[in-house]
Design a protein around this ligand. Structure first.
Ligand SMILES: *[C@@H]1O[C@H](CO)[C@@H](O)[C@H](O)[C@H]1NC(C)=O
Ligand SMILES: *[C@@H]1O[C@H](CO)[C@@H](O)[C@H](O)[C@H]1NC(C)=O
Length: 288
């Protein structure tokens, strides 16, 4: 009896130490640092879970330790449940300086049962104004879902659970600047934006429901890490040598799914907003 107990204890210890080795791959402490929020952002569950929270006094945020120049970056998010009106969970890549590049996901909260808006934007050399907004085909607060950014020399693709929702092509040939020589960090924050976020600012944050919490897990970056003026591209996938993401295009099925999302779930597209651009639509909108 005693030996069975000690054997199973030994086995448990072996599993635990194996987890310390394996579970450490892609852990939050290694890849991210909490940047603000005075204790409102937390890394939990053996570094496998990160939570941001927001109350009346403050929101919170984190950023990646690495800077990236191209990559396929996946994160699972579970958004603020219940009445999240007025809250914004921002998850984006950004470089620095006045000519910065940026690739944005922003999740605009809502009253219980009313749909979140997934807001996206792309800045190149300091110029944005490229908003596209979507409803989601699931409740993003009831479980974790994967939000991905593929950024390579050909295009930027935003995906949700592997379904592409937006493509920003490299159209430098027709004079549209494309993010390609400024490294970007990953940033995320949960903050109050009830002056515009929900129904254009009509619905305010209900602070009696605070604190509001968003959760993150399963970060994975197949990416080129920028450090000391050099880029080193690594991949965690079995196909590491080929870095397929660096050349990845949308295949036929990806294009079909992109069209399905844009037809059924897109609620705002700057590319068709002629009132906003009386001088003519942005150049990239003339080519699809
Ligand atoms: C919130 O719900 C309203 C009513 O369904 C909807 O018009 C709006 O787009 C939703 N999302 C946000 C962020 O306002
Ligand atoms: C590597 O990539 C090729 C081509 O995309 C694919 O057929 C193969 O299954 C991949 N191998 C592994 C181990 O994922």
């Amino acid at each position: 009896m005693a030996s069975t107990t000690s054997l199973s204890l030994l086995f448990t210890l072996m599993l635990v130490s194996l987890c310390i080795v394996l579970c450490a791959a892609g852990n939050f402490n290694q890849d991210f640092q909490i940047t603000w929020g005075d204790g409102r952002a937390k890394i939990l569950n053996n570094n496998n879970l990160l939570t941001l929270s927001l109350d009346k006094a403050s929101g919170s945020g984190f950023q990646s330790k690495n800077e990236y120049l191209y990559g396929k970056i996946d994160m699972q998010l579970k958004l603020v449940p219940g009445n999240s009106a007025g809250t914004v969970t921002a998850y984006y890549l950004s470089s620095k300086g006045s000519n910065w590049d940026e690739i944005d996901f922003e999740f605009l909260g809502n009253l219980s049962g009313d749909p979140y808006i997934l807001h996206t934007n792309v800045f190149s050399q300091g110029k944005g104004n490229r908003e596209q907004q979507f409803y989601l085909w699931f409740d993003p607060t009831s479980d974790f879902h994967t939000y991905s950014i593929l950024w390579n020399p050909q295009h930027i693709v935003f995906s949700v659970d592997g379904t592409p929702i937006r493509e920003f092509k490299n159209l430098e040939l027709i004079g549209v600047p494309f993010p390609k020589n400024q490294a970007m960090r990953i940033y995320s924050s949960l903050w109050n934006a009830d002056n515009w976020a929900t129904r254009g600012g009509l619905i305010k944050t209900d602070w009696s429901k605070a604190p509001f919490t968003a959760s993150y897990r399963n970060f994975n970056a197949n990416a080129c890490v920028w450090s000391n003026g050099k880029s080193s591209c690594k991949s965690n996938s079995p196909n590491s040598t080929s870095s397929t993401w660096l050349r990845q295009e949308l295949d036929t099925s990806g294009q079909q799914r992109l069209r399905w999302v844009q037809k059924n779930y897109m609620i705002y597209n700057y590319c068709v907003d002629k009132k906003r651009f009386p001088q003519g639509l942005p150049l990239e909108c003339t080519r699809f």
